[in-house]
Design a protein around this ligand. Sequence first.
Ligand code: GTP
Ligand code: MG
Length: 706
Amino acid sequence: MPRKVNYGLDYDDDYDDDNDYDDYDIDYDVEDNAFSVVTGNLHKPNQEATRSGIWRCSICTYDNDQSMTACDICGVLRNPLPSSGISNGNDLKTVCKDSGASKMARSLFESLPNQTPKRDALIQQQNDDPLTGQRTILHGSADVHGNFNKLHEAFNTHAHRTVNIAPFKFDVPSPDDIVTNGLRSSKMGPKGTSSSYHEGGVEYTLPMDEIKPRSLAYSLDSASINDRGGYSNSYGTGKAASQGQYKPEKWMLHEAEDGLLSQLNLAIVGHVDSGKSTLSGRLLHLLGQISQKDMHKHEKEAKLQGKGSFAYAWALDESPEERERGITMTVAVAYFDTKRYRVVVLDSPGHKDFVPNMISGATQADAALLVIDASNGSFEAGMDGSKGQTKEHAQLIRSFGVDQLIVAVNKMDVVQYSKDRFDLIKQQLGTFLRSSGFRDSSVLWIPLSAMENQNLVTAPSDIRLLSWYKGPYLLDAIDSLQPPTRNVSKPLVMPICDVIKSPSMGQVSACGKLEAGALRSGVKVLVMPSGDVGTVRSLERDTRPCAIARAGDNVAVVLQGIDTSHVISGGVLCHPDFPITIAKHLELKVLVLDGASPILIGSQLEFHIHHAKEVARVEKMVSLFDPKTGKVMKKAPRCLLAKQSAVIEVVLQGPVCAEEFSSCKALGRVSLRALGRTLAVGIVTRVIEKEPIAFFKSKYFVFFSK
Ligand code: GTP
Ligand code: MG
């Protein structure tokens, strides 16, 4: 029943069987080492240059006084780094692969589908013709799209607009908050009386008081004037196409179709084994989404494998690997209805090896259910800064703009429904959530037991819980969430999370959530980054056909008239007249998370943006912000430490679909990871260099045809 989404890893290749389930407890030494760093090849550890009276840090190259045992700048010990812990291209290589086919997508086609071609970010430079086996430079495809490229370039003339972004405060790490609270130029010095910015290729100077705090409205206004002002033509139509000129058609704006509840994408997140899948399975069963017959089947099979307690989880954990290991590896998508919502359940993996999948699923979330294991020691393990995923998931969710959170304190049966235990968890986790930018009023706390069906879809029956808990049960809490705002009146943006192909029928299906705009069969869509235009043949929601999909809907879009290999997960469907940007060189505003290793110039990181992943190299550090005042406290810092926020530039190994956060939040949120851990979250503040489609297409064609 659920649809499994392989968000990126090829687990057969990347997951070490020998490590098995328990190895989430095993951490890289380097992660625990306070002096560890994530660095690229630029920095060769253990190469300490010593001059009289000083020693040069092998990591940040700062010249330290001889008396110092650790670097004054980055804290690295004088001779510290175990070479095994250093990230290199190979570490990252394992992470940058594309997905296989989802079950839902498979079910769309009767004939046996092909798997989405695998994509390895590190082989994309090759131009071998997949058909002839010869090395070619594919200028042909560039010519075909020459027109488009010219238009795209015209559209992209405004490459150097500077968006003014206020610094992160660790207390309020949400990019939304940052933008809402005011914007500050990355080019702006802390003490200057004026600052310059670019507009239409011209540099302007503004007095300081004019640039200081800028509201979201201001930035969006200026974005709409400046960003797209230079774009005078659009693909195929020759019409002007700035965001401001977009006029949605009538059918796009209609209220919800008769009888259809509005959709709420609910990410189920939390530390490994906290009971996310069991809770999801139990809810689905209680709400009639899993038949009695199927449930008996799961129970029987789970018992046969000696995993009887996983019967409900097996409704979501469908693959043999997941069932054998007793862990979720890919996000499962399932549906149930409440009084107000059609809830899309995004059951995420909790194991630390699968955080990239969790990220890809959670970027679609409107709200989140954070599941906590209340049992003694388990809550504490989840909260452990270096090994637990509770904090990491919560911070990631917040950085994706999710501010409505339900904390399901699960397995209360194990602690005899103790109020004291619940209060302790609420107090400790509550403090952390507050510091991560969740408002108390937006967080609901529900004690429950998925296993014993307490407090899920009805009030609890266990007297021990009833005696002290008077709040809502879980289903009620979900119903009380505020409906998310939807960008229906903006041009179409749909990041593609999953793809399935039926070459025999010439069809390809792109699955994902519409972040803006609307779709119905017959409309043309631009598929990025390939730049191809396809036609929507049909739409499916929860494997059922639907006539129209609007912003917020999670759908499968069946496309025709397009080369199926040109539709990839990590790509984006958009309006043909409003192509989104493709870029490799970006300016980011980032917040380094608590406990993260230092980030240096030259560090190689995994770069995550919507459903795309790329290898990124930190090219430049522009400025570092004072966490207390939010002002620039240093220009061109040499390294970033935990809890610091800064503006940096990254160069990606391959291009991604990205937009400045101020113009499209869904395509402007990023996270940076290394060594299996999220180091920083942030937003795109500037697209420094946009990629022409032809350049990308020649690589892309070969790359995905492998
Ligand atoms: P990952 O997806 O791998 O992160 O795990 P998960 O959070 O989905 O946990 P899962 O649902 O697979 O459950 C893990 C174990 O916890 C199973 O053995 C469940 O039976 C058990 N479990 C889940 N909920 C409860 C509960 O309310 N009470 C008790 N006693 N056990 C539970
Ligand atoms: Mg699970």
